[in-house]
Each structure stands twice: as C-alpha cells, then as structure tokens.
Write a protein that binds this ligand. Sequence first.
Ligand SMILES: Cc1cc2nc3c(=O)[nH]c(=O)nc-3n(C[C@H](O)[C@H](O)[C@H](O)COP(=O)(O)O)c2cc1C
Length: 327
Amino acid sequence: MDLSTKYMGLALSSPLIVGSCGLTKSVKAVEQCACAGAGAVVLKSIFEEQIVAEVDALVASGEQTLWHPEADEYIRSYGREGAVTAFLDLVRDSKKAVGIPIIASVHCVSPGIWTEFASRLQKAGADAIELNINVLTSDTRLSGAEMERAYFSVVEAVRKASGIPVSVKLGYHFSGMAGFLSRLSESGLAGLTLFNRSYNSDFDVERFELTAARFLSSPNEYVLPLRWISLLAGRAGCDLCASTGVHDGKTAVKMLLAGAAAVQTVSVLYDRGVEHLQTMVAEVRAYMERHGFERIADFRGRMSQALSDNPAAYERVQFMRHSVGIE
Ligand SMILES: Cc1cc2nc3c(=O)[nH]c(=O)nc-3n(C[C@H](O)[C@H](O)[C@H](O)COP(=O)(O)O)c2cc1C
C-alpha cells in the first residue's frame, strides 16, 4: 500500500504534514516529526514584523556620529541578516537532517521589504514557502476588495523573489469567498491551505480583563475546511491543503475524500504528543486496507463537489431537511 502523494509538486511519503507551530521550530523537533511519519513539515513562522522591528531597533539605537548613508544601509542589512539567520539555519539544517520536504513559513500582512528574503529561503534549501497572510483591520472604511488586493500583492512580490512553490494559508472572513479563493488559486500559487485559525480573545467578567480564548482547536472544527475543500477541489487552480481540526486519521481521510492534496495537523500533537502522528498515519492506512485502496489517488477527491453544478442549492436542501427534522 502506497501513502505517497504530491503536494505543490513536492513528493510526500504520506499526506500528513505537521503545520507551522512550536513543534517545528528546531531541527530536533523536525526530526521527531519525520520519525513519526510526517510527509512534510511547515516550519514555525518567521514574522514580517520580526524582520522590520529588528532593522528599526538597530537603526534607532545606533550612534548618530557613525551615521552616513553607507553605514545606514549596512546596519539595515545587518539587522535583516540578524533576524533571518536563525531561520535560514533552521531551513538549512533541517534539510540536512531529514529527507522530507521542508516548507518555510512567513507570517505577513503586506508586500514590504521582507519579500526579498524569499530568495534567501530558496537558497537555504526550502522546498516551498507557505505565507500565512493575516490582514487584520479595524479600519471601517476599508472595502473587501481593497483588503483582497493586499493578498494578491504579497503573492506577486514573493513569487517574483523566489523560484520555489508558494502557498498561502489564510482565514475565512471574506465576502464572496468562493470567488476570492478561486481567483487567488489562479494567481500563480502552488497551494492554498484552508484554513488558518485566528487568535481570539475572551472576557474575564469578574476582573474586567481580556483573556486568551483556547488556543488549540477542537476536533469538531474540521467541518469548515472540509466544506470549503470539497467545494473548491477540482475547481481551484492549485493544490488544496486542509488545516484546522484534523485530530485523527479518519478526519484526514475525510479531507482527502473532499479533494485535499495534503492535510496539516497541529493542535492534537500538542495534546497527545508528536507520536500521535503515527496513529493517524496507521488509521489512514487501515482505512485504505478496509476499502482495498492501494494509492491515495484511488480515493482522493471522491467526495468533492466538483461534479455538482450547484453545490449551494444542494447544501440548502440539506439544511432545510435537517432543520425540519430537528424541530
Ligand atoms: C502553539 C501554536 C503555534 C502556532 N504557530 C503558528 C505559526 O507560527 N505560523 C502559522 O502559520 N501558524 C501557526 N499556528 C497555527 C497552526 O499552524 C494551524 O494552522 C492551526 O493550529 C490549526 O490547525 P490545528 O487545528 O491542527 O491546530 C500555530 C498553532 C499553535 C497551536
């Protein structure tokens, strides 16, 4: 039985990827993921702000007497080097340590100076780049179209700077999302990771304080990516990777049936340890065995809505039936 698959043109020994998080922030951690059966890892993100802040702090604390345009440029470039060196080392050393694809991750909001580092990531050996684009805005005058433009301009800048496959991981707060995701999938991306899970705050009503809501996902959160992957598979211009709420092999199978090329998991590995990945891989294998599937391609996309002319109408009828049944 063969669990190998392709995602963004990369050969994966299994469709299960450890998503970007603290479990992929060191070479040792990456080795553990590979040992547990990860088909690839997405490294812990470097943040656009980390780079920019380091450059600004160096310039602000410098001796003014030393200042001249060349020094300024040197220090700025040194600052950038300082911020990214550890990350580039992680890419390079991870590549040497394991045989699985290494996907570098950049958490970003705009097409700024950092995009030039995409070429450095490529030179360091990254097999692909996942951009976690997270444009959060409280500006009530900003239209949806203006916000979407930011996504396209980041993708364009990064693609220009590097020759390796680029994917985007994003949230789901967009109007006309099917159209937006479809246009994004046609913008030269190799992959779309659906979805990122945003940080949420909560209220402590006794102390009148803001608190952090649960950071890890719950297993029932998979239904949202499942729905969008099944809607977009076969229609999108790039590969789709499932993310959020995948806590077991059965859910990974659902994502593959929906048409995902690969499946990312994070929260459950915090809860149960990275070794849980082995159980997930075994569950996918057992499912394939039960159904006589020899390859992932034998069932991938089998339950996508690609062949339906009007998935929305189908969903509406299901909802009507279900809500009538419950009342
Ligand atoms: C502790 C922790 C750290 C994370 N750090 C990052 C990060 O640096 N970059 C990123 O793109 N996503 C990050 N994520 C989000 C995950 O990659 C993933 O998209 C999200 O947790 C949903 O998947 P899950 O339900 O399997 O946890 C982090 C998640 C957790 C729980």
